[in-house]
Design a protein around this ligand. Sequence first.
Ligand SMILES: Cc1cc2nc3c(=O)[nH]c(=O)nc-3n(C[C@H](O)[C@H](O)[C@H](O)COP(=O)(O)O)c2cc1C
Length: 392
Amino acid sequence: MMGNTFGRMFRITTSGESYSGGFRKNKGIPAELYGGLLTIVDGVPPGIKITSELIQKELDKRRPGQSRLDTPRKETDRVYVFSGVMENDFSTGAPVGLIIPNNDIEDAQIEKHRSYKDILRPGQAAYTYYKKYGQYADWLGAGRASGRETAARVAGGAIAQAVLDTMGIDVIGFVSELHGIKSCDITYEMAKTNYRRNELNCPDLEKADEMIEDILKVKAQGDTCGGVIEVIARGVPAGLGEPVFDKLSATIAHGIMSIGAVKGIEFGDGFDLTRMKGSESNDKPYFDKASGRVRFETNRAGGLLGGISNGEDIRIRVAVKPTPTISIPQSTVDVGKLENTTCQFKTRNDPSICPRIYPVCEAMVRIAILDAIYMAGGYKTVTDIDEKWDRI
Ligand SMILES: Cc1cc2nc3c(=O)[nH]c(=O)nc-3n(C[C@H](O)[C@H](O)[C@H](O)COP(=O)(O)O)c2cc1C
C-alpha cells in the first residue's frame, strides 16, 4: 500500500488500522503493543513543547463513545509520545514518533466481522480493497479505510498546530449543515465563542438543537446522515502556495479529499460563485493604511488567489456523506459465493460522521499550511525581490 505520507517538508506518515492487532494477541507482546496506529512527524523544529496531553486534547475531539451522536465503541485513543522529544518536553528536531494503541480488540468482535467478511457493505471500501489486495485485504473493521485511521492524522495535526501557534495562525473547524439543515453564516469569532458548546460542534446553538434532534431521529430508524464541515484558518500570511500543481488550494484539497467519507470541497463561496456575475464575485483590493497591507473588501475567494494565500482568512467547506454502515436491509454481493444477496448490519457505527470528522479536517488544513510555510520559506532564501513586496 502506497501513499501513506502527506506533506513535502512538514509531513506525516501514518500506519495502522482498526483491529488487526487482535491476531497478535497472546504472543508475548505487551497488550499496548498488539496493534493500533502510528504517526511519524517529519520536519518538527527543535524547541517546540510537545506533550501527550497537547495531542490528547485534539484526539479527544474525535474519540468515539462520547455522546449520543457517535458510535458506542470504547476506543480510548490514548496517545504516547515515543521519540523526538527530550528534557522538559521540548522537541529535539528529530522525527516525532507517536503511538495510539487500540485496546478495543475483543475476540467476539473479530468473529462477528469474520462471519460477514465476504458480504460487501454498500458505501464501504471493501470491494475496491478486495480488487487491490485480494485475499489479503484487511476485512476486520475496514482496515486503512476505517474512520479510526484518522486518529493518526489528528495526532500529527496537533503537532502542526503547536508550530503554527508560534506564528499566530489559528485553524478552527465546525459543523455548519447537517442532513440539509443549515446553520446561519458563521464568522470566525462566533466559531471561537461557541466552539464545542454542543455534541455536534455547530456554533449556531439553536440550529444545533434541530440538527441533533434530526440525527437521533435518523438513528432510531437504523439510518445515518451526512453534512457540511467548515474550516477557517486565520493569520495565514499572504504568499503561501507553489504554482502551478502545488497551489495551496490544491494541497489543502489533497489533504481534505484523502479523508474517508469526504465527497467534496469548496473554497470561499465555491459553487455559489457559479451563480454570480464577475462584478458580484470579485473581492476588491484596497490599501489598508493601518496595517500597511493590501486587504480585500470581501472574501468570496476564501483567502486564495491563483491558489496562493492572499492574507485573508482561508475558508473551506467540506461535504461529508452519510455513514455507509446502516442497520436497514440492503441488496449487495457475497464475494465468497459470487452471488447477489441482502445484508443488514447491527454494528457500532456513527449515525453521522460529522461530529467526529471536523478535527480531522482541522488537522489536514494545519499540516498543509505549515508545509506551505516551509516551502515558501525555502524558496525565499534564493530570491532577491524588493522588500516592499514582503511588507504589503
Ligand atoms: C471519523 C470517521 C468515522 C467514520 N466512522 C464510520 C463508521 O462508523 N461506519 C462506517 O461505515 N463508515 C465510517 N466512516 C467512513 C468510512 O471510512 C468511508 O466512508 C469508507 O471508507 C468509504 O470511503 P469513501 O466514503 O471515501 O468512498 C468514518 C469515517 C471517518 C473519517
